[in-house]
Design a protein around this ligand. Structure first.
Ligand code: APR
Length: 230
């Protein structure tokens, strides 16, 4: 029986693929105001600006490649029952070969009806336009969870985290809730790692080891530690 390994990833895992994080210096939220581009109110006030913001991010994701961290995570599937719970909207985990990826904040390569949220469509182009409609005639919007919107996959993520034998946090500032609260649901007995070059005060989390490196380097350290466990 393979051990259950759960990964909780954020923007930092895609930084080495050239995609901006949010809160580092030069991050996305230095360039744009959240309230202008990532809330339902922004969409109501200026759908063209919101559409353009996500079009540009979609273009960058399509031009980016998975990095070694994504690939090393995908490689672990042969030895562990691994699920990746990601806050990222890019598809780099999937493109690196990871099969079980749960997106808490949506997916940039999908759009959905602005009126009927169950109508979700994959897209293979970078640009959607105002005037492109769902099959029932309402405007298509990015399939993204905006600030202030529900996180539909949160309960699913919590039950997965609660089952973890091993739990790895990689490339997230743990600033945004409810996603960041996932750590509280992991068994105290589970072995935990944090892979991030930044500084954290996680003394309250037991059985946690901080690998203070960028994702691709930190994943090499983790992979060798996990190999010793097998
Ligand atoms: N390797 C690993 N970690 C890195 C790297 C790297 N090369 N570069 C930066 N980091 C770390 C930073 O130290 C920070 O802890 O990645 C984290 C990025 O934090 P944020 O920019 O806050 O991104 P994230 O935690 O994913 O944001 C969560 O906020 O804006 C919303 O919905 C958006 O999903 C996003 C959520």
């Amino acid at each position: 029986m393979k051990k259950k390994l759960v990964i909780f990833s954020g923007a930092g895992v895609s930084a080495e693929s050239g995609l901006k994080t949010f809160r580092d210096s030069g991050g996305l939220w230095e360039e744009f105001r959240i309230e202008d581009v990532a809330t339902p109110e922004a969409w109501a006030a200026n759908p063209a600006l919101v559409t353009e913001f996500y079009n540009l991010r979609r273009k960058q994701v399509m031009e980016a490649q998975p990095n070694d961290a994504h690939k090393l995570l995908a490689d672990l599937e042969s030895r562990y029952d691994i699920t990746i719970i990601t806050q990222n909207i890019d598809d780099l985990h999937e493109r690196a070969g990871s099969k079980k990826v749960l997106h808490l904040h949506g997916e940039i390569m999908k759009v959905r009806s602005s009126m009927y949220p169950e109508l979700i469509y994959p897209i293979d182009k970078w640009e959607i336009k105002i005037g492109e409609m769902c099959e029932r005639g309402s405007q298509l919007r990015p399939h993204i969870v905006w600030f202030g919107e529900m996180v539909p996959e949160m309960d699913n993520a919590i039950s997965i985290a609660a089952e973890a034998d091993l739990f790895v946090v990689i490339g997230t500032s743990l600033n945004v809730y409810p996603a960041a609260g996932i750590l509280n649901y992991v068994k105290p007995s589970a072995q935990k790692w944090l892979i991030d070059p930044g500084d954290f005060n996680l003394d309250y989390v037991i059985n946690l080891k901080h690998i203070k490196k960028v994702a691709s380097e930190g994943m090499k350290v983790l992979a060798s530690e996990l190999n010793k466990k097998l």
